[in-house]
Design a protein around this ligand. Structure first.
Ligand code: EPU
Length: 338
C-alpha cells in the first residue's frame, strides 16, 4: 500500500487529545483501499484498529504496535424514493452532520434530533448514537462493510445489527468494518418532541420546518454540552444505568427526585448526570486538568494536556463515588483503547 505512514501520533485524531504513536497509520477512501490495508495487517501479523472521527474514544498513551486505519469513505445518495419514505445511503467516513444537511436539502427528515454529534456515519451505527429522543437504530435500513476475517462484503439489515442502548454487533465484533450505511427517512416532516426541552422550545409555534429543529438542537446542545472543537471531551463519558423497577423503588425512598425513563418491562433507565450532580454532589468536580463539565455532569473534560491515565483515574473516582451512593456499577460509553 502506498499511503501507509509510520509512527504517527494519535492525539490529533481523537477529541480527548490523548494517545501515543501508531506504528502504522493510513486513511482509506474506498472499500478496496480498506481491503488492501487489512491485507497489509494480515501479511505483517499486525493488529488493526479502525478510527472514524475519534469522538468516543479514550486512547492510552502507549504506542500501538499495529496499524490504525482511518475510514474516510465519502458519498451520499438517495437510493430509493417511495411514496412516504426515502432511503439515503452515506459513506462511513461522512460526518453525521453532513448527512443531516443532505437530508434537509432533499426535504427529508427523521434524524434531525441527532444534530451536532461529532461522529461519522459509520460510528453512528457502531454506537447506535442517541440524543433528544432519537436513536440511529430507528432509521438504519442497511449496514454494509467488509469482514476482516475473509475480506468479503457483508450487508446487514436493521434486525441483524443487534442494536441496543449504545450497542450493536459492530461494537462487539471488531472484524465487521462498516463502509456504508443506509437510512430510511421520512418524506413528510413529523417532529419528534419526546424530549421536554425541545417541546418547550417550540411551544405555541405552528409553522416550522426541519431546519428550525436543527437550529434548536444546536442551541440546546450549546447550552448544555462543551464544544469538542475547543475542549478535549468525548461527550457523555458514561452510559445512563439501567436498573430494575425494584432497585429504582428503593432508590426513590432515599432520593425522591430521581427521574426515570422506561427501559422495557421491569427496567428503568436513570439519568447518571442527575446522580453525579444532585446525589453525589460532584458538579464541576475537578482533579488537575480533568473535570466534570459544569453544565452536564455526565461529560468529562480534558481542560488541557491531561493524559490517558489522568482521565482514566478520574473516571474511576466517579465510578467509585456513584457506587458508594447508589450501589450501582456504572458502565463507560466511551471506549478505552489499547
Ligand atoms: N441532570 C442533572 N445534572 C447534570 C446533568 C443532568 O441534574 O449535570 C439531570 C437533568 O436535569 C435531567 C436528567 O439529568 O433531568 C437527564 O439529563 P439530560 O437530559 O441532559 O440527558 P442525559 O441523560 O444526561 C442523554 C445522552 C446524551 C444526549 C442527551 C439528550 C447518554 C449517555 N447521554 O444524556 O448523549 O445528548 O441524553 O438527549 O445516553 C452522548 O451520548 O455523548 C450524549 C451527549
Amino acid at each position: 500500500m502506498q499511503n501507509i505512514r509510520k509512527n504517527v501520533n494519535l492525539s490529533s485524531l481523537n477529541t480527548f487529545k490523548t494517545g501515543g504513536n501508531a506504528r502504522f497509520f493510513c486513511e482509506v477512501e474506498s472499500e478496496n483501499e480498506l481491503i488492501e490495508a487489512l491485507k497489509f495487517a494480515k501479511e505483517n501479523k499486525l493488529e488493526f484498529f479502525i478510527i472514524g472521527n475519534g469522538s468516543n474514544l479514550l486512547l492510552s498513551d502507549n504506542d500501538f504496535p499495529g496499524i490504525v486505519i482511518k475510514i474516510i469513505i465519502k458519498g451520499k445518495k438517495i437510493e430509493i424514493k417511495d411514496a412516504d419514505y426515502s432511503v439515503v445511503s452515506a459513506g462511513a467516513g461522512e460526518s453525521f452532520d453532513d448527512l443531516i444537511i443532505f437530508m434537509a436539502d432533499n426535504s427529508l427528515s427523521g434524524i434531525e434530533n441527532l444534530w451536532n454529534i461529532p461522529g461519522t456515519v459509520g460510528a453512528s451505527a457502531v454506537q447506535n448514537i442517541g440524543a433528544y429522543g432519537a436513536e440511529t437504530k430507528d432509521f438504519i435500513f442497511l449496514v454494509e462493510g467488509i469482514d476482516a476475517n475473509n475480506f468479503e462484503k457483508f450487508s446487514f439489515k436493521n434486525n441483524e445489527c443487534r442494536f441496543g442502548y449504545r450497542e450493536s454487533i459492530f461494537k462487539k465484533n471488531k472484524n465487521l468494518i462498516i463502509t456504508k450505511v443506509s437510512f430510511k427517512l421520512n418524506n413528510v416532516f413529523l417532529p419528534n418532541f419526546s424530549y421536554p426541552s425541545l417541546k418547550e422550545y417550540f411551544s405555541g409555534r405552528k409553522n416550522f420546518d426541519v431546519r428550525e429543529i436543527i437550529e434548536a438542537i444546536g442551541k440546546i446542545r450549546r447550552e448544555k454540552l462543551p464544544d469538542w472543537k475547543v475542549l478535549g471531551t468525548a461527550g457523555s463519558f458514561f452510559k445512563n444505568p439501567i436498573i430494575t423497577e425494584e432497585e429504582y423503588s428503593k432508590l426513590l425512598e432515599k432520593f425522591p427526585d430521581l427521574p426515570r425513563y422506561d427501559a422495557g418491562k421491569d427496567f428503568v433507565k436513570i439519568p447518571l448526570g442527575f446522580v453525579i450532580d444532585k446525589i453525589c454532589l460532584l458538579k464541576g468536580f475537578r482533579v488537575g486538568q480533568v473535570g466534570l463539565f459544569e453544565k452536564q455532569s455526565l461529560v468529562i473534560v480534558n481542560y488541557g494536556g491531561a493524559d490517558f491515565s489522568e482521565i482514566d483515574n478520574f473516571a474511576k473516582i466517579i465510578e467509585e463515588k456513584v457506587f458508594e451512593k447508589i450501589k450501582v456499577r456504572i458502565e463507560r460509553e466511551v471506549e478505552n483503547i489499547f
